[in-house]
Design a binder for this molecule. Structure first.
Ligand SMILES: [Zn+2]
Length: 578
């Protein structure tokens, strides 16, 4: 390709719409252009990168034995109703109507479709294991699209779905995908690591996310350098000890706390109740029923864990009015030791308490009476807990549950997600098969996603410097940029440039020849901005000595004999290995 024919509209200035480095570089390097919020056109260079990422994804999926299919982007809402996700995923579902006003769902994912296929086509255990995948446009009614391709309204995703006859088979299929994902992100040239993850609205019982570390990522990952434990903060646990029990005194007693409505205020004089001896009481409305959540005063409730533990489809904090109607007090004076036990007994309210409070006594909590608290509360004695569970958010510095070493937290971008789904979808959509023992069983499923467009941006977020993108060779729009410092048609410089261009192209290497009649500095700047991994510069001075300059993006410049240039470039590509 010649630069003058390649359509690379680079930008000197950073467009105001871009907040993070990778988004700025996508625009500045001429890879994408915005149509509207969360909607982008991929320009020729962007498409080249996209295709390279997709090629790696397809090669590894094929290698893992998955079979490529292509499913419709328009899906009937009935199958979403059947799976139950028409409601649970309502927030993100794009819906359109056709001329007869019939509603359609624009695919954000395809569990329902592929399970419908399996229900009709997979009838015997002999047809499994089988894994179908597709690479296609997905849609998400994103409330706040941002960061370019990171959170867009439409995006390219690779989604795969495995069907197995047994649970062990499903685990083997899961492991295959897990390993394939590791290879995919390694080959894309990004630092990446898998973490344990919550299964969220998609359901299922076992899940990992693949993360690319980046300060601008939207996920917090808890990890341990001692044993390698890593989990999304929505899922992470630690070995933090439970609240120490004390020599319990008598019954709890009410005391006056006028105007005190925060943990912090109660921890100060004249009350001086440390946060770790307080019970924080929160009221949520889960699937339209009130629930109480108890965590220690110095802990934070993790809403994802709350959803997972309660199994709620929808949950939100109750309004002050709803709370008053239920408990007769306002936030800041709430507790579960008074009034609540009767509500629990009558089945009107459930109380979920964080494990860390189990066995705690001499605790202080609200009295469900504005301006009063209770002291000397023994949680086991005075509070009717419906369910003990892990509800708190882990903090950095807490001990690892596995090895005791101090946990760390870092930001990361989620680029892939693997789930063991179990039989959730196969049961609801009747994807059953005839088992070896003659019985009819629902197939055991797994689902596996990679955000292809997001991966492209995550690579840039990790691989850049002050001059622009530093593409890994495996995904660069062009591997080599040949830069003749002067472009007069019959000059010696141009002849050598053309000859190297022809030889590299003949070897199947992606080359772009910068044939623009511009100053060398200008051309180098553009090449660095776009981030071509290898640059071959040909100038009169070095050519007089029979030499050309070869430079790895971000590396040192070396001089080689012009006859050796092609071999040297091939050597650099081979050394990159992916
Ligand atoms: Zn550890």
């Amino acid at each position: 390709m010649r630069w003058t024919k390649a359509f690379i509209p680079t930008l000197k200035e950073t467009p105001a719409e871009a907040e993070i480095t990778s988004h700025k570089l996508l625009l500045r390097a001429g890879l994408i252009r915005k149509l509207a919020g969360g909607l982008y056109t991929f320009l020729p260079l962007g498409v080249r990168v996209l295709h390279k990422v997709e090629r790696i994804v397809r090669e590894e999926m094929d290698r893992a034995g998955a079979l490529e299919v292509l499913m419709p982007a328009l899906q009937p809402p009935e199958i979403w109703q059947q799976s139950g996700r028409y409601e649970t995923a309502a927030d993100v579902l794009f819906k359109v109507r056709d001329r007869s006003k019939k509603e359609w769902v624009m695919s954000p994912t395809a569990e329902e479709v592929i399970t419908t296929v399996a229900a009709a086509e997979i009838n015997s255990y002999r047809q499994m294991p089988v894994n179908f995948y597709q690479v296609s446009m997905k849609f998400r009614d994103e409330i706040r699209p941002r960061f370019g391709l990171m959170r867009a309204k439409e995006f390219i995703m690779k989604d795969a779905y495995s069907f197995d006859a047994t649970d062990e088979g499903a685990m083997a299929s899961y492991k295959k995908m897990y390993d394939a994902y590791k290879r995919i992100f390694d080959r894309c040239g990004v630092q990446n690591f898998p973490v344990e993850a919550d299964t969220g609205v998609i359901g299922g019982n076992y899940s990992h996310e693949f993360m690319v570390p980046a300060d601008t990522g939207e996920n917090d990952v808890v990890y341990c350098e001692g044993c390698g434990y890593a989990a999304n903060i929505e899922k992470a646990t630690s070995g933090i000890p439970k609240t120490a029990a004390r020599d319990a005194g008598g019954a709890f007693e009410k005391f006056e706390t006028p105007g005190v409505v925060t943990i912090e205020a109660l921890s100060k004089a004249p009350y001086s109740v440390p946060a770790n001896r307080q019970i924080k009481t929160l009221v949520y409305i889960a699937d339209s029923k009130p629930i109480l959540i108890l965590v220690r005063g110095d802990d934070q409730l993790n809403e994802t864990k709350l959803m997972a533990r309660t199994g709620a489809v929808a949950a939100r904090p109750a309004t002050p009015d709803e709370i008053f109607a239920l408990l007769g007090a306002r936030p800041g004076s709430l507790g579960a030791a008074t009034k609540v036990p009767a509500l629990v007994a009558s089945g009107d309210v459930k109380v979920y308490a964080d494990d860390r409070l189990q066995g705690a006594n001499e605790m202080t909590t609200g009295a469900n009476e504005d301006g009063y608290h209770l002291r000397n509360v023994s949680i086991e004695r005075d509070i009717k807990v419906t369910q003990w569970c892990d509800l708190r958010t882990v903090s950095a510095g807490e001990p690892c549950a596995k090895c005791g070493k101090s946990l760390k937290i870092r930001r990361a971008i989620e680029v892939g997600h693997v789930f063991k789904l179990g039989t959730k979808y196969s049961e609801k959509l009747n994807a059953t098969f005839l088992a070896e023992d003659g019985s009819r069983k629902p197939s055991v499923m797994g689902c596996y996603g990679i955000g292809v467009t997001r991966t492209m941006q995550a690579i840039i977020e990790q691989c850049n410097d002050k001059d622009g993108i530093v593409w890994p060779i495996s995904v660069a729009p062009y591997t080599v940029c040949i830069t003749p410092l002067a472009v007069a048609p019959d000059s010696a410089v141009m002849q050598v440039a053309e000859s190297i261009y022809a030889d590299l192209t003949a070897k199947g290497i992606d080359v772009i020849l910068d044939d623009r009649d511009e100053r060398p500095g200008f051309k180098f700047k553009d090449a660095d901005l776009v981030g071509f991994p290898i640059r071959v510069a040909i100038g009169e001075k070095s050519l007089a000595k029979g030499e050309v300059e070869i430079k790895r993006r971000g590396g040192e410049m070396i001089l080689v004999k012009s006859d050796d240039a092609v071999a040297k470039v091939a050597e650099l590509i081979a050394a990159a290995g992916n």
